[in-house]
Design a protein around this ligand. Structure first.
Ligand code: NAI
Ligand code: UGA
Length: 427
């Protein structure tokens, strides 16, 4: 099948490369010329394990990238994988996606065969009928074009692996031929890795995506609430969570308490579904509480640090800047409120991350960036661990180069020893 994928970010590039690997002919379309050139050179525009290998194999062969929308009518199906960020009030900002949807409609104006436009971006259910279908129709109201929704569940840092080993495939369509076409795209993937296929309408498919993300984010906040209680009682939250994770109804996944959830999706998606629910007249109390608990965790981390060291003019090492390990993405990283909190308290900050220092230096150009954890720790009056990079698990003698070996761990990654003053956030 010939597939066009519009938007070559984390999702677009991953799915374009994986579709090519499944044997499809793929055209990736992005407005950013540098991204298009990178893909055509067989390189990955983002840092994701396994992605560069796929692009090296397929670029120039089954996969080509372009800034032009012209290939759209020649393809059988188009996936829209454009960013859906937040407005100031937390509601979904559809500007970029609507522009791409309208341009896609225009490109399909004269198409005589059936064409399926699939929304891959995370969008609120009402926005499909209220904004996106009208945007495509503004481009051209062609009855041969059908609109579907196929939410994506991949995680950054394991995008290729997650895409190729899905828990489920959600197919949101309005016509039988559209369902068949979307399922045909995934047929080779499901043959290799069978997964349940949920066939539904586009709005329910969109809601499934928010329910998934809001559930997981709320689960972590619930775990953080429990973790904070454990800490107050002098108990180890991880021992408690390991036990409750044995209950199949709870599951052992996403039970890691600490400095909270960040990234490009959980924060914006919980805010977007909350705003959409409020616009529809319902106040989602649990989601609001989940955000509040999440906002509190960085402050709790700093309060624990303050109990050991006066932060005014203290040199504090921040270990980990990415929102999670194995990515250079700092969007909504918990390191941002941690650094803000340290700055408010007058601390001097030295930060280290294996890959995300450059991204963070655009956000905080004024702080110092070290080349290694060792260098960051040298002469520091205290350290906070914000991202659970594997390399922090092996830190040991490095803490002895600190002026004061005080370690406040926001991710339960450092091995406590008698030679350091170790404080866990929820243990
Ligand atoms: N990042 C992730 O792990 C996941 C993201 N999602 C959702 O997928 C969507 C895309 O997210 P990301 O890939 O992270 O976004 P991104 O911001 O990394 O990529 C979006 C791309 O679209 C391009 N673009 C913008 N306007 C365009 C236009 N008119 N025509 C062509 N290209 C255009 C941009 O240049 C950029 O390369 C969002 O709705 C997000 O919530 C869903 C699952 C996972
Ligand atoms: O819609 C999206 O973009 C994606 O959002 C998340 O994926 P992602 O944000 O890439 O990463 P996660 O592994 O979910 O981690 C999110 C945040 O939660 C934190 N987290 C995760 C798990 C846990 O037990 N505790 C915890 O604090 C992580 O440190 C990180 O800051 C979802 O897991 C994906 O299914 C979804 O597709």
């Amino acid at each position: 099948m010939h597939i066009t994928v519009i938007g070559s970010g984390y999702v677009g590039t991953t799915i374009a490369a994986c579709f090519a690997d499944l044997g499809h002919e793929v055209t990736a379309i992005d407005i950013d010329e540098a991204i298009v050139e990178t893909i055509n050179d067989g390189q990955a525009p983002i840092d994701e394990p396994g992605l560069e290998e796929l692009l090296e194999t397929h670029a120039g062969d089954r996969l080509t990238a372009t800034t032009s929308y012209d290939p759209i009518p020649e393809s059988d199906i188009t996936f829209l994988a454009i960013g859906t960020p937040s407005n100031e009030d937390g509601s979904i900002d559809l500007t970029a996606l609507e522009a791409a949807a309208e341009a896609t409609g225009e490109a399909l104006a004269d198409k005589r065969d059936r064409h399926l436009v699939v929304i891959k971006s995370t969008v609120t259910p009402p926005s499909i009928t209220d904004d996106l279908v009208p945007a495509i129709e503004r481009g051209a109201n062609n009855p041969n074009v059908s609109v579907g929704m196929n939410p994506e569940f991949l995680r950054e840092g394991s995008a290729v692996e997650d895409f190729t080993h899905p828990d489920k495939l959600v197919v949101g369509t309005t016509e039988a031929w559209a369902t068949d076409r979307l399922k045909d795209v995934f047929e080779p993937l499901l043959e290799a890795h069978p997964a349940p296929v949920v066939e539904t309408d586009p709005e329910t498919a969109a809601m499934i995506k928010y329910a998934n993300n809001a559930f997981l984010a709320s689960k972590i906040s619930l775990v953080n609430d429990l973790g904070n209680i454990c800490k107050e009682f002098g108990l180890d939250a991880y021992e408690v969570m390991d036990a409750i994770g044995l209950d199949d109804r709870i599951s052992e996944q996403f039970l890691r308490s600490g400095v909270g959830w960040g990234g490009s999706c959980f924060p914006k998606d919980v805010n977007a579904i909350t705003a959409a629910a409020k616009a529809a007249g319902y106040d989602p109390a649990v989601f609001e509480a989940a955000v509040e608990v999440n906002d509190r965790q960085p402050e709790r981390l700093l309060t624990l640090l303050e109990a050991h060291v006066d932060l005014e003019d203290a040199r504090i090492a921040v270990l980990g800047l990415a929102f999670k390990p194995r990515t250079d993405d700092i969007r909504n990283s918990r390191a941002i409120p941690v650094i803000n909190g340290l700055q408010r308290r007058g601390a001097e900050i030295v930060a280290y991350d294996p890959v995300a220092s450059e991204s963070m230096s655009t956000e905080f150009p004024e702080i110092e960036y070290a080349e290694s954890a060792d260098a960051a720790l040298t002469n520091a009056d205290g350290t906070v661990v914000v991202t659970d990079w594997d390399e922090f698990a092996t830190l040991d003698d490095e803490f002895q180069t600190m002026a004061n070996p005080i370690v406040v761990d926001g991710r339960r990654i450092v091995e406590p020893t008698d030679d350091i003053i170790y404080e866990g956030l929820t243990w």
